[in-house]
Every structure is written in C-alpha cells, then in structure tokens.
Design a binder for this molecule. Structure first.
Ligand SMILES: [Zn+2]
Length: 410
C-alpha cells in the first residue's frame, strides 16, 4: 500500500476550506479522512473514523478546546466539515475517571457537549479518540490487518510483525470500556505509534496529520507483506455437480424464496434485490469443502453485522436440469435461516432483559457453490453494499486461512 498524501493537494484543501472559516488543522483532517475513506482496502461504507483536537468558538463566542470527530456512520471518502462535529473535550476527558458508563448515557453526554446542537451524533468510538493525547487520530478496519488479527494467535503474529510499535488491546465492544482500556494500554507504553484492537481494527496517531496518516499506511503495508509470506493453498473444492445451472435460472429462485409476503398490503410481496458477484476468488471460496466452517465463523469486524448480519445464507450447488430440487433446497435453507436468526435474537435479548427490538430476520448475503455470492437488499444500494462487504470479507478470510485459521469474535 502506497501513501497517497500529496503536499500540494493538502495545501489546496487548507486554502479552499480556509475561505469558509475552517481551521487549517481541521482541513488537514478532512484531507486525510478522504484519503483513507477512498481506499476500499482500509474502510468500506461508513466504517472507520478520524479526529482532530483543536480550538473553536462556541455559540457564545468563547474559545473552547474541542474534538472534531467523524459522525456515526458517515462516509469518510466524501467527508465535509459538517461530518466532523465538534465536541467539547473537557467533559469527555472527565469521563475517564468513571468506572462505567452505559451506551445511552454516553450518547447523551456526547450530544450535550456538541458545539452545534443540530450536528450529527459523534462516532461510537469518540471517547477513544478523546482519551488519546495526540492531535490527529485515525481508525480503520484494514483488510490486511484483519486477516492477521482474526486468528487464534493474532497477538503473537502482531508482536512478530510490529515488534512493540503498536499497543495491543483485547477485544471489547466499542463504547466506554473499550476507550478506557485502550487509553490505559497507551499510557503504559506512550512510545507506541498506534493501537491494534484485536478482532476489530487499527488506530494510528501523531501530532502531525501526514505522519498519523502515513503511520496507518505503513502498518497496513507490513500486514500485507506478512500475508504474502509462507502462504499455503487453501479451500480444497467440495464435490460439485458436473454441470451447474445457469445464473439466469438460479437468481429468480433465490429472489422468490427471499421475498416475503408484505403483511401490510394484501397480495403484495417485499421483492428482494440481488447484486451478483462471481470472480474466480469468490468461486474458490464458495466451492470450498470447509465453507460451512469459515463462512459461518462470524464477521471479519463487528461493524459488518449491520449490513451483512453475522453469517450468510448457504445453499447447495444448483445442478443443471434439476432446478426443482434446487428451489426446494433454497426454500428450506431460507426458512431455516429465519428460524435460526429469531432464536439467536431471543437468546441474546433475554441476556439484556428483553429490551431490544428484532430487525428483519432475512439474510443479507447468499453463497451458492458453483455460482458465486449475492448481496441482498430492499434497494439496489443496500444489495450492493452487502455484496461489497461480503466480497471484502471473502478476501480477508482467504488471506487469514492462507497463513493460519480464521477466528473472529464469537
Ligand atoms: Zn471500528
């Protein structure tokens, strides 16, 4: 991976936003955010975040120290100043003295500390940015890094690749506890250039915008180099029918089985849109004899569950001339998926006192041996996003299996 930082481009962004009263350090953060956001090997569709610590005037005209941090779910590739809401730093820093803080209270405190009351919600990872002392902080879910850390011995591999240049943080769900523990780990070795969040992603930081960005690029490059060494062949193919049914027969069967009746309108169906991908790398993955194990292990980074759910729908290979059998198998698998999802939801909802509401239980990704992968959605955009994430996950899992064994969070 190459640094794409160009001094002339950075200066142009500082000048352009300067004319709109945006401070130079915030403009540099916007430049770095776009560079990271436009590389699909670093982040995809709303994942990742960045921040800069700076000073601004509040609504009363008083100067305050703030953290400008990416809004939750915002797209880094197209970030504008409004997408980096300014939050007062002093109240955020005070929170570090607490022992616990619920997600709901964290969101309320963050909103109450915004300079602009109508700004979008700051990222769920805001406190982690606030607790670190550096001016510029970047976070990504880089594929090459995930291939190394989604391993049973991910921490050991990283010691070998980075030799103490990154602090290693065990897996904790994003929120207050993660921020506090990450800051403690940083304080114990303040010379580190970034943090590695096992089964999640990577942070890089510096007081210089370019250095913070280029540290991310360098760390990801090292991960890529490690993945290129000592690879073994993966994915021995399962036995497949001699002739596979054509895509034009497979897709309508999937679409039919995955389009539920719309209960609100009599006689109507909620038609599912399919986005198909069938590259050699995808076929190699979906044809593997061990597909059930690695495809059902979990998401490469927790963020993906929002778009792909925690596991895909897997159906048998469709044999040419036997589409009736395939149709039956798809209907059975789709019904099984929904049942399984409902049970999974009920199990975990009971754990939190029944306070959660179940989302649509249908799959977001379908894997068809001999054919490829389908992203599924109510709109074309949703289907494409699910397919993009699934394709990226396949690359990440393929690399993880080539050097060890893919093991994400349970
Ligand atoms: Zn993250």
């Amino acid at each position: 991976m190459q640094s794409r930082w160009v001094e002339r481009d950075a200066a142009a962004i500082v000048a352009r936003y300067g004319a709109q009263d945006v401070a130079p350090d915030v403009a540099l953060c916007i430049y770095a955010t776009r560079l990271i956001g436009s590389d699909s090997k670093l982040v995809l569709h709303g994942g990742g975040n960045t921040s800069v610590k700076t000073f601004t005037k509040d609504l009363l005209g008083e100067e305050v120290e703030v953290l400008c941090v990416k809004g939750s779910g915002g797209d880094m590739a197209a970030i504008e100043p409004i997408g980096l809401p300014a939050v007062r730093l002093a109240p955020l820093r005070k929170l570090r003295r607490r022992n616990s803080l619920s997600d709901e209270d964290l969101v309320r405190i963050q909103r109450a500390s915004l300079i602009e009351p109508a700004a979008p919600n700051p990222s769920v990872e805001t406190l982690l940015h606030a607790f670190l002392p550096h001016k510029f902080v970047n976070h990504s879910h880089a594929s090459a890094v995930l291939s190394l850390i989604d391993q049973p011995d991910g921490a050991l591999i990283f010691e070998d690749v980075y030799g103490g240049r990154l602090g290693i943080v065990p897996y904790i769900m994003p929120g207050f506890s993660l921020a506090k523990q990450a800051a403690d780990i940083f304080d114990a070795s303040p010379e580190v250039e970034g943090l590695l969040l096992l089964k999640h992603g990577i942070f890089s930081f510096s007081d210089d915008a370019r250095e913070a960005y280029e540290r991310m690029i360098e760390m990801v490059t090292r991960a890529e180099e490690r993945l290129a060494r000592n690879r073994r062949a993966v994915f021995v193919s399962a036995p497949l029918p001699n002739e596979i049914a054509p895509l034009a027969e497979v897709a309508p069967i999937l679409r039919g089985a995955l389009s539920p009746k719309d209960e609100r309108t009599e006689g109507a169906w909620r038609r599912t849109i399919l986005d198909f991908r069938g590259s050699p790398a995808i076929l190699n993955y979906v044809n593997g004899a061990d597909l059930m194990r690695y495809a059902h292990a979990g998401v490469v980074t927790p963020d993906h569950t929002i778009r792909t759910k925690n596991w895909p729908l897997i159906v048998p290979a469709p044999e040419a001339g036997r589409t009736a059998e395939f149709k039956h198998a798809v209907q059975k698998a789709a019904a099984g998926f929904v049942e399984n999802y409902k049970a999974y939801f009920a199990r975990h909802n009971a754990r939190v006192g029944g306070t959660r509401r179940m989302l649509d239980p249908s799959p977001r990704v379908a894997l068809v041996p001999g054919v490829g992968l389908f992203g599924l959605g109510r709109t074309k955009k949703e289907a494409c996003i699910a397919a993009d994430l699934a394709q990226s996950a396949i690359e990440t899992i393929t690399d993880a299996e080539a050097i060890g064994r893919f093991e994400p969070i349970s």
